[in-house]
Write a protein that binds this ligand. Structure first.
Ligand code: FAD
Length: 836
């Protein structure tokens, strides 16, 4: 009995030290004191006490006596560590150096400081920014007809272009001193969200000049002359920019571009000057067909040594005017029926003076670093915001349509099968919106959120693909038939585009989110890697020693916390929140500890090979992402003053995310290469088995119901998009109709009851109305109201039809003429052959 008590007290004391991550001397003192108390009491057996003291001495003495610790423990580990750390390539080093670490770093500690995080207010729009959204952005939405843009014009009208230029849409990120709007990131996000809710083509046209491209690069690296020349012209749309990095052979592996420039002398404006002879073949370049200034990435060579000793100087950036002799630009790609300007750019042996280099000679060979350093901000805003705008529009429209459209005498949104899709749409839209707002707000806090930007890009585009899929399914044929009345089809077609651009998603998940996060955001790994670079051996060992001891303490602490929090449902974790949300913070605290443990286990097991273990790093990326998304949702909920009516949507989205976390963690453990460690990890992380469940049907029902009628919750969920019916936009029209449809439902029920009771026996709508009035089922005024409503409902649920010529809109007259000419020459050839 005493033996059991002794062992239990030792275990509890040790675990308590680990749980609270005490320093080594404190741990030693606690265990030493425990042993002393039992030794004085003379219990349990002498042998067990002696053995315990020996074991304690073997561990505690070297750990507390630095020279011994360095000689026996950390020194040999340092030698091994040097051989197993991932080889960080130059490209990765640049990526690691760019960007800052925000709240995502807390998730790697396993003990996030929630109060600090949620108390930090999210940024709001200024009065000027709000006025821009309510004025020029609303007016732009009024003037855009997506069918005209995507089918007839394959682009924007002159009016729309003029509106964009004259109101400074292309200069949102350009400071006021250069004539730009100088908007905050949250304003930039709000503009993109609203514009993209009406047209993804317009969204892309607005997003690109404000994302990674000439303006952003000039602001950071441009010479004063370049800034003063280009920025005012970019701000007011005199110059339209594009940026060409991707080429035929180099897509995701962008540093392998074969486009090149050779430093040489050449003729420029009648004089011989030092410059670069460029050859390139870029593709997929957004805005290229209409661009007036082309940002170009290429590899620079200096074989004749004009600039120095180095021959292969590296990736370099230049700004080229469109009308440069020999520039082949203007042809278009056609990205999945979303006709935003996108196309190839080619050039062979073009000569430009050195002045055309972005940033001048100072930044020669620094192109990759310049791109990566500037990438995180655009990535955190452009696609997350535009995807959220599209998803909000789909959510609003699908909720309304599911109430207006009736089958089997019921709104289709009342069928359980449809409810499932509606709940997913609401939950994903809530999560995306919180995520994109959080990353934009981080940018306004001065961060360069590299890992959150990758999380936001990946998950916003993936969730928007899910949302549009569900929206299409719920709309049935109404979503399929393209035309002016279709508000979903182009979004559905375009969904894979956003998955591919700005870093294709598979690569983003596997390499960027966890790959970079594990090194950049981990509390010790990057510091340990940096310690390896220290020249002085003693200093290197000292630094590494301290970091390693803390790191091991961190891992042990995460394991103990993970187990204890799992066993106790994290009841003892100190968390903020109220009656409803406290349990969410507890779960996140628990899984954050488990994630930190799994991340360490994976890095220790695979070392440098973890880079190639993309299935493992992908799952860990999912865990990190969902933890981050949940945090963003809780922050949003707090920021909105915890609206009780929104709780079901938050609950749905939260349980969905936590279930995904559990799934991903089990995936990591089940595929762990050391078989005996799998049950151990399962025991530590899931001591009571898998407890998380996907959102249940009752919750799904509540969420779906929130989508089907106007309410503050529904307004909050879809806030920020264009909902006007002024210009006849079908979603705006539907939104106006929804309250009237709901108001008429009791009348419709009365009619149905009367029909079933045999009081209405006629077949056509008009006869039924007349009969219902005659039999006093409804009044004449009510019948009139139902008649008017029927006309509006038929208008909303109807689809377009066309003459063949209308859907041949894509064929230009020139193409027609060429086809016709081909046919004629073919006929002639056949005739000639016959005659011969
Ligand atoms: C419509 C559109 C607009 C674009 N606009 C521009 C622009 O304005 N400027 C510009 O420079 N570029 C632009 N791009 C390029 C874009 O940003 C992507 O970088 C590029 O499309 C990716 O290359 P790829 O399509 O050749 O795919 P690939 O590189 O061939 O990749 C194919 C697949 O393999 C996966 N993959 C590749 N490597 C790995 C890896 N190591 N681990 C896991 N998975 C991997 C990718 O995720 C992808 O799923 C645009 C692309 C499109 C389609």
């Amino acid at each position: 009995m005493m033996t059991l008590l002794f062992l239990a007290v030792l275990a509890v004391a040790g675990m308590a030290c680990a749980y609270f991550k005490t320093a080594v001397p404190v741990w030693s003192a606690v265990i030493g004191a425990t042993l002393l108390v039992f030794s004085i009491a003379g219990e349990p057996s002498v042998w067990l006490l002696a053995l315990s003291w020996i074991a304690f001495a073997l561990v505690a003495v070297p750990l507390n006596y630095l020279p011994l610790r360095q000689q026996l423990i950390t020194g040999p580990i340092l030698d091994t560590f040097k051989t197993m750390v991932p080889q960080i390539t130059d490209t990765e080093q640049v990526a690691l150096d760019a960007g800052t670490v925000g709240f995502e770093g807390e998730l790697f500690t396993g003990r996030p400081r929630w109060s600090r995080f949620i108390k930090k207010p999210l940024h709001e729009l200024t009065t000027e920014e709000q006025a821009f959204i309510d004025g020029p952005v609303e007016d732009l939405c009024d003037m855009v007809d997506e069918w005209e843009v995507s089918h007839y014009r394959a682009g924007l009208s002159e009016n729309a272009w003029e509106h964009l230029k004259s109101h400074g849409f292309f200069g949102m990120i350009i400071p006021k001193q250069y004539g730009g709007l100088g908007f905050s990131a949250v304003a930039h996000r709000a503009v993109l969200e609203k514009v993209s809710s009406i047209s993804s083509t317009v969204g892309s046209v607005v997003a690109v000049p404000n994302s990674l491209g000439p303006a952003e690069l000039l602001l950071h690296y441009g010479t004063e002359d370049q800034k003063n020349h280009y920025l005012p012209r970019l701000a007011d749309g005199r110059e339209i920019p594009c940026f060409g990095l991707t080429s035929t052979t180099a897509g995701s592996d962008a540093t392998s571009i074969s486009d090149y420039g050779v430093v040489c002398k050449g003729q420029w404006e009648g004089k011989e000057v030092l410059g670069i002879r460029l050859s390139f073949e870029k593709r997929y370049i957004t805005l290229a067909p209409v661009a007036t200034v082309v940002g170009l990435a290429f590899r620079l060579y200096d074989p004749e040594g004009h600039l120095g000793e180095e021959e292969d100087i590296g990736i370099t950036l230049a700004l080229l005017p469109r009308d440069l002799p020999g520039m082949d630009i203007g042809r278009r790609h056609f990205p999945l029926n979303n006709p935003f300007p996108n196309g190839p750019i080619r050039g062979k042996d073009l000569f430009v003076p050195l002045d055309f280099l972005l940033g001048g000679e100072k930044y020669i060979g620094q192109g990759w670093r310049m791109l990566v350093e500037s990438l995180s901000v655009g990535r955190a805003i452009s696609l997350p915001s535009s995807s959220t705008g599209g998803a909000k529009m789909a959510a609003l429209a699908t909720g309304a349509y599911a109430r207006i459209r009736k089958q089997f005498n019921l709104p289709i949104g009342r069928f359980e099968g449809v409810e499932e899709g509606l709940a997913r749409i609401a939950g994903h839209t809530y999560a995306m919106s919180a995520l994109s707002r959080q990353t934009a707000s981080a940018v306004d806090d001065g961060e360069k959120p590299a890992v959150p930007g990758a999380i936001a890009k990946y998950h916003a585009t993936e969730m928007s693909r899910e949302v549009i899929k569900d929206a299409m399914d719920i709309h049935g044929g109404k979503g399929i038939i393209l035309g002016p009345k279709n508000y979903l089809g182009r979004g559905w077609e375009g969904a894979p585009i956003w998955i591919t651009v700005e870093g294709a998603n598979i690569l983003t998940r596997s390499l960027m989110i966890f790959g970079q996060g594990a090194i950049r955001c981990h509390p010790y790994v990057l510091k340990e890697l940096q310690a390896l670079q220290i020249e002085d051996e003693d200093e290197r060992l000292d630094r590494f020693d301290r970091l390693l001891i803390s790191h091991v303490g961190h891992s042990i602490s995460c394991a103990v916390r993970s187990f204890v929090l799992g066993l106790s449902f994290a009841r003892f974790a100190v968390v903020p929140g109220d009656r409803r949300t406290r349990k969410y913070y507890r779960k996140l605290t628990r899984y954050s500890s488990a994630f930190a443990l799994l991340a360490d286990v994976a890095m220790l097991t695979y070392g440098g090979k973890l880079k190639q273990k993309e299935k493992i790093s992908g799952r860990l990326a999912d865990v990190l992402s969902q933890l981050y998304i949940c945090s963003a949702m809780l922050r949003r909920f707090e920021h909105e003053a915890r609206p009780a009516a929104d709780q079901p949507i938050l609950a749905w989205a939260f349980h969905d995310a936590i279930y995904k976390i559990q799934h991903a963690m089990r995936g990591v453990i089940d595929n762990y290469p050391i078989s005996w460690a799998r049950p151990l990890l399962r025991f530590i992380i899931f001591p009571l088995g898998r407890q998380e469940r996907a959102p249940n049907d009752r919750l799904g029902h509540k969420v779906a119901a929130l989508m089907l009628s106007p309410s503050d919750t529904r307004t909050r969920l879809t806030r920020g998009i264009y909902t006007s019916d002024r210009a006849g936009h079908p979603v705006g029209v539907m939104e106006r109709l929804l309250p009237d449809v709901i108001a008429a439902e009791p009348l419709e029920r009365k009619l149905l009851k009367a029909q079933r009771a045999g009081e209405i026996t006629t077949y056509t709508f008009e006869d039924q109305m007349a009969e219902a009035v005659e039999n006093q089922v409804i009044t004449q005024a009510e019948a009139d109201l139902l008649r008017q409503l029927r006309v509006r409902v038929l208008d909303v649920i109807s689809v377009d039809d066309f003459d063949l010529e209308d859907i041949q809109g894509g064929l230009s007259q020139t193409a027609d003429a060429a086809r016709e000419a081909g046919r004629e020459s073919g006929d002639q050839a056949k005739a000639d052959k016959k005659a011969a």
